[in-house]
Design a protein around this ligand. Sequence first.
Ligand code: BES
Ligand code: MN
Ligand code: ZN
Length: 511
Amino acid sequence: MLEYSVKSGTPEKQRSGCLIVAVFEGRKLSPAARLIDQAANGALASLLRRGDLEGRLGQSLLVHSLPAVPAERVLLIGAGKERELHESRFRELTAKAATILKGLGASEAMSYLTELDIKGRDTVWKLRQTVEINEATLYRFDQMKSKPAEDKTRCKRLTLSVPKRSDLVPGELAVREGLAIAAGVRLARDLGNLPGNVCTPTYLADRARQLGEEQKIQVSVHDEHELRELGMGSFLSVSLGSRQPPKLIVLQYRGAGEHEPPVALVGKGLTFDAGGISIKPAANMDEMKYDMCGAASVLGAMQAAAMLKLPINVVGVIPSSENLPDGNANKPGDIVTSMSGQTIEILNTDAEGRLILCDALTYTERFKPAVVVDIATLTGACVIALGKHASGLLANHEPLARELLAAGKYTHDRAWQLPLWDDYQKQLDSNFADMANVGGREGGTITAACFLARYTKAFKWAHLDIAGTAWLTGKEKGATGRPVPLLTQFLIERSRKHGAPAETAGAADAA
Ligand code: BES
Ligand code: MN
Ligand code: ZN
């Protein structure tokens, strides 16, 4: 983790190991680059005329010891066409600068990229993004290597420039929010990347307890015996096919008054999903260790809320299990009784997420939540529909859906809404039980949500299907930590609107 500070000051006077400034296409200097150039008597401009940097996005040039400029280095980052500098380009060039910074000899740097004009985004937004992106760039997962590579990053401190002195206070709060989100993302990525033989339901429960010791979060864990007493026949049926005992992990963060109804976050915690008797094909099955990323995002967002001391109450509910084919495993055609009393015909044992979530959702009723959001790597169909860029969002309450969409937009951790119309419900009809656990190939993400909707009638509820967004595949295989930014932003906004006046910086996205 870098140490961040916020400063307002002109670049050509900064004593820094490295100043980071932008150059637009056509070698057009950004305002900060121009000030440096003027102090250095046009040395930057004449360097660019030699043709080393056009200013295209992705380009960069490191310049040492400019005359009359106290900074040791100036890092020029290509920013593309000035008029086209929007949100995702800003993120790209910030990531580019962060990657280069990692490899430099400078122990400290100051970025002026935070002063670039981004349509519809203020300084606070740019600072938060910068912190999150720098931390994500520094992330490594090598705790399972016998010899972790030594950390060669020299840079320890990053100063973020703001245009006005009046930006300093909101800027510092933005840094704190960025750091809390980054820490939540890191926790979620670590848990996701851990292999299934380490990250079991018991491990997740222990990690949640540890979080309870570090933060003002109360944690309790229900074991198999208690799940039986609660009547969670659906959840238990999934864990029967595994040697690892299931856990229901319950976390409570109380940042608001005790009568303030909590936001409930329910996260799917399948620490490995082999499909059960309806076993999955071998190719890429290792990726099903990521089937607990919903749970990980609940832990990450709750950690962030606690770090920021948000004036809000949050309950986290995490049903955790493995889904394996064993002698006692669910069989296609088996019928189980959920905690709600509704019976389920299990036509495909690989549709297990909804089987553990339905009981966790029923359990959540006891907290009389203001709203409930569940987060789950629920359907492969969602990856087909939306790819890796957007999480699927379905909700029984439009204003809640809009809040989540806006939070995703603001943090660039975006979600896209799909319909939850009753028309789809009949795909879940069963000849033998109250419902089947699968609804055929058509609209697979929607029918999965329709199943959950039968367990969420008592409250305002939204479902995030993160099957496409929780991890990357191929060469960049690894957990993303999504949707921790979306969830944290949602909590920040809610604590501002519904709770006591909060000390937060980010602004709501009006769009
Ligand atoms: N965990 C999977 C969903 C998944 C699959 C996420 C691939 C990411 C990539 C889930 O438990 C599952 O197996 N869903 C089935 C449901 C089907 C049997 C109705 C699926 O999507 O194939
Ligand atoms: Mn499955
Ligand atoms: Zn699954």
